[in-house]
Design a protein around this ligand. Structure first.
Ligand SMILES: CC(C)(COP(=O)(O)OP(=O)(O)OC[C@H]1O[C@@H](n2cnc3c(N)ncnc32)[C@H](O)[C@@H]1OP(=O)(O)O)[C@@H](O)C(=O)NCCC(=O)NCCS
Length: 179
């Protein structure tokens, strides 16, 4: 069954809803933090507002096609980050998240990731999720392991933000890990 565009996930502290192009400036602010964007594989640093707007404008079509669901993490009406499942095909998808540093260390990424994980495996019925993080980003690994992901391998990957090859740890959730 299609997921309506106004679908929301509610957690204890967060509303998770689809992004709109009106969120571009806020996403630009968050992506302007080097400590955020250096941990992401694909985005450029410094960010470019037009690129972010174009990225946000793709979301509705991905959502309709069922290939990616990217949720804005919202607190008191303010966008503070993103938690998404993308690369959806053949019962599989990829989990990701990033958060404004002002909100780190409060369990908010864990809360959002858990909700999107439930959405992906429950509502969407995905049987397998992949995820990865830079080897120098252990906080991200903690989130995955607590959700029951298991480490499968390390690889080196080109990070556009860092303009460098970076060691990256890869994980899989297929129900066989330790939750
Ligand atoms: C990674 C990120 C999403 C974590 O957000 P957060 O809301 O601070 O995370 P949480 O508060 O839910 O904590 C996650 C876990 O990491 C742990 N942690 C936090 N900082 C840590 C650090 N420097 N080293 C090791 N573990 C750390 C926390 O203790 C927690 O583990 P626990 O629940 O077992 O105690 C956030 O730092 C971020 O957006 N970073 C930049 C973008 C990014 O890295 N995205 C992920 C790309 S793979």
């Amino acid at each position: 069954m299609p997921v309506p565009p106004d679908f929301q996930l509610l957690t204890r502290r967060l509303v998770l809803r689809a992004f709109t192009a009106a969120d571009a400036q806020r996403v630009f602010e968050i992506r302007s933090h080097w400590d955020v964007t250096r941990m992401l594989v694909f985005p450029a640093y410094p960010p470019v507002l037009d690129d972010i707007t174009a990225w946000l404008e793709e979301h509705a079509a991905e959502w309709r096609a069922g290939t990616a669901y990217r949720f804005a993490m919202v607190v008191d009406g303010k966008v503070i980050g993103c938690a998404d499942v993308d690369e959806i095909r053949d019962g599989s998808g990829e989990l990701g998240y990033w958060l404004d540093p002002d909100y780190w260390g409060q369990g908010l990424a864990s809360e959002a990731a858990a909700a999107v994980h439930r959405f992906a495996t429950g509502t969407l019925g995905l049987r397998r999720l992949e995820a990865g993080h830079a080897a120098d980003n252990p906080a991200s690994g903690r989130i995955l392991v607590r959700l029951g992901f298991r480490w499968v391998e390390d690889r080196t990957v080109w990070y556009r933000s860092r303009q460098a090859v970076v060691a990256r740890r890869y994980y899989v959730f297929d129900g066989n890990g330790e939750p």
